[in-house]
Design a protein around this ligand. Structure first.
Ligand code: FAD
Length: 472
C-alpha cells in the first residue's frame, strides 16, 4: 500500500523529515496538500499569503514532478479529505510535519486520532523550529518569557540537527488520483491584480529561498549587524516568507550561516532566527497571544476608535514620510523592512492610539511573511503589552527615526516619490519646509502629500496620559 505525504507549511524537498520518512518506507508515495481555510479560523491566510501559497504550491509540484511524483490538491475539512484519500488509495501510512500554531496543532491531534481509529500509521515529524517548545526551559523548568536568557539557553543547548538532504533519485509514485487544480482555488487576486509586480520582488518556492540565502551569506552578512536597521540598504535576508511557508527550514539557514566566517553580523543574524523561535515559544505558552495582551492591564487601555486615522495609516497617508514609505512598501511588495515595521507600528499604537490588534490584522492580510507567532509577538512588543516588550512610554519619534535610519532619504524618496525633490533637511518633516522650497519641489502640502494626521508631540502626551491612567 502507498504512503500519503501530507504537505503543510513545509513546502520543500530538502530537510523535510516527513518526506524522508515517506521515502524510507520504500512504498509508493502520494503527495497531497489540503486547502482547509475553516480549520485556520479566525486566522485564515490573508490575501498576500494566499498569493504566496499559490506560487509556492506550483513550484513544489514542479519539484515533485522531477522526483516522479505529483501533488494532489484537495479542498475541505482536513480529516475528511485525508480519510477519503486513504480510502481511494488504500494507503496505510501518513507522513507529515507537525504544525506550530494552535490551529495547526489541533489539526495534528485530530488527524492522528482519526488515523489511529482506522489503524493507519502516523509518521509525524517535528515542526520547523530551531528549538522545539519545551525543549529549552529555564533552570526552574519553566518556559522563558524574556528573549535574552532564552537565546543564551538555546546557544548552550545541543545545536539543531544537521539538515537532511533532498531525495537523490526519483521515488516510486502511488496511484494518480483526481484532485483540484490551483486555478480552482482562486488564491490569486483577480481585479485589481495588486500583486502583478510581485514576481519582480519575490520568487516563491524552494529554489528562490535557496538563492536568497546564498546571496545573503555571500553578500550582506558581514555588514548585517550595523546595516540591518537602514531600510534603504536592503541588507537583511528577506527569508521571512520562505521560512513561513517552509520552503527552507530554520535548520538549513542556521547551519549555512554557521559555515560563514564568525562576525558580529553572523551572531546578530542567528539571534534574529532566535526571535522567530522565541515568538513561537510564546504562542505555544499563550495560545491567545494574537488577541490578548500578555500584560492584562492593557485590556483596559483607552484605545481610540478612529477609522479615518486607521485608513490614513493603512494607505501610507499619515503625513510622516518614514511611516508612509513603510506602509506603501508593504502594499506594493507584501513586505516591510523591520525597522520601519517598528516605527509604523508604534505610530499606529502610540501616535494614533489605535489598538495593536487593528495593526496586526492589517499586517496579517498584507504581509507575505504573515506569521501568527511573529506578528502577534512583535505587535505586543511594540505596544508594550508583551512579555519582553519595549515599555509603552518609550515612544518612537517618526521624524528622528527617519533622520537616523534613512539619513539621505533614499528609502522615503523611493516609496513617496512626490517628496523626492525635497532637500534632505526637510524630507522627514515636510510641513516645516519653507513654502518657497515646497513650491520649487512641486509639493502642495495637504494635496500632493498629506499634512500630518496628528501632531507627534501632542499625540505623545495623549498616549502617555492614557498609559498613566492605565497604571493608576
Ligand atoms: P532578517 O533580518 O534577515 O532576519 C532573518 C529571519 O529572522 C527572518 O526571516 C525572520 O524569520 C526572523 N526574524 C527577524 N526578526 C524577527 C523578529 N523581530 N521576530 C521574529 N522573527 C524575526 N516577522 C515575520 O516573519 N512575520 C510577521 O508576521 C512579522 N510581523 C511583524 C510585525 C511587526 C509590528 C514587527 C515590528 C515585526 C514583525 N516581524 C514579522 C519581524 C520582522 O520584521 C521580520 O521577520 C523581518 O523584517 C523579515 O525580514 P528578513 O527576512 O529580511 O529578516
Amino acid at each position: 500500500p502507498p504512503v500519503l505525504l501530507w504537505f503543510r507549511r513545509d513546502l520543500r524537498l530538502g530537510d523535510n523529515a516527513a518526506l524522508s520518512a515517506a521515502a524510507a518506507s520504500g512504498r509508493p508515495i502520494i503527495a497531497v496538500h489540503v486547502l482547509d481555510p475553516e480549520a485556520q479560523a479566525p486566522w485564515r491566510d490573508g490575501a498576500a499569503s494566499r498569493w504566496w501559497l499559490h506560487h509556492s504550491l506550483s513550484r513544489l509540484d514542479q519539484s515533485l514532478d522531477r522526483l516522479g511524483l505529483s501533488l494532489l490538491l484537495r479542498r475541505g475539512p482536513t480529516v475528511e479529505v485525508l480519510t477519503q484519500v486513504i480510502k481511494e488509495s488504500g494507503a496505510d501510512q501518513v507522513a507529515w510535519t507537525r504544525g506550530i500554531d494552535p490551529a495547526a496543532q489541533r489539526q495534528d491531534d485530530a488527524v492522528a486520532a482519526a488515523l489511529a481509529k482506522r489503524g493507519v500509521t502516523a509518521l509525524s515529524r517535528p515542526g520547523d523550529l530551531l528549538f522545539e517548545p519545551d525543549a529549552v526551559l529555564s533552570k526552574a523548568g519553566t518556559p522563558f518569557r524574556v528573549f535574552t536568557p532564552f537565546w543564551k539557553a538555546c546557544l548552550k543547548a545541543p545545536a539543531p540537527t544537521l539538515p537532511l538532504p533532498p531525495p537523490a533519485k526519483p521515488l516510486p509514485a502511488g496511484p494518480r488520483l483526481t484532485g483540484d487544480t490551483l486555478a480552482d482555488w482562486r488564491l490569486q487576486p483577480s481585479r485589481p491584480d495588486w500583486a502583478a509586480a510581485w514576481p519582480e520582488h519575490w520568487q516563491p518556492g524552494e529554489a528562490g529561498a535557496a538563492r536568497r540565502l546564498t546571496d545573503f551569506l555571500n553578500g550582506a552578512l558581514p555588514r548585517y549587524a550595523a546595516g540591518r536597521d537602514h531600510p534603504a540598504q536592503e541588507l537583511t535576508s528577506r527569508l521571512s516568507p520562505h521560512l513561513h511557508f517552509g520552503e527552507i527550514s530554520p535548520r538549513q539557514v542556521f547551519h549555512a550561516a554557521m559555515t560563514a566566517a564568525p562576525s558580529a553580523g553572523r551572531d546578530r543574524f542567528l539571534a534574529e532566527l532566535g526571535w522567530r523561535a522565541f515568538s513561537a515559544h510564546l504562542l505555544h505558552q499563550f495560545p491567545d497571544l494574537p488577541r490578548r495582551p500578555l500584560r492584562p492591564e492593557f485590556e483596559r487601555m483607552a484605545w481610540r476608535c478612529d477609522p479615518a486615522g486607521l485608513r490614513a495609516w493603512q494607505r501610507g497617508q499619515t503625513g510622516y514620510p518614514l511611516v508612509d514609505a513603510g506602509m506603501r512598501q508593504l502594499w506594493a511588495t507584501g513586505w516591510m523592512h523591520n525597522r520601519v515595521r517598528m516605527v509604523a507600528a508604534s505610530f499606529l499604537v502610540k501616535d494614533l492610539l489605535i489598538s495593536w490588534r487593528e495593526g496586526q490584522d492589517w499586517f496579517w492580510d498584507t504581509l507575505v511573511d504573515a506569521d501568527l507567532a511573529s506578528n502577534a509577538a512583535s505587535w505586543q512588543w511594540v505596544a508594550g503589552c508583551g512579555a519582553d516588550a519595549a515599555p509603552f512610554f518609550r515612544i518612537f519619534n517618526p521624524v528622528l527615526q527617519g533622520e537616523k535610519f534613512d539619513p539621505d532619504g533614499a528609502y522615503v524618496r523611493r516609496w513617496c516619490p512626490e517628496l523626492a525633490a525635497l532637500p534632505d533637511r526637510w524630507l522627514h518633516r515636510p510641513w516645516q519646509a519653507p513654502s518657497d522650497i515646497l513650491r520649487r519641489c512641486g509639493i502642495d502640502l495637504g494635496k500632493s502629500y498629506p499634512l500630518p494626521v496628528v501632531d507627534h508631540d501632542l499625540a505623545r502626551h495623549r498616549a502617555l496620559a492614557a498609559f498613566t491612567q492605565l497604571r493608576d
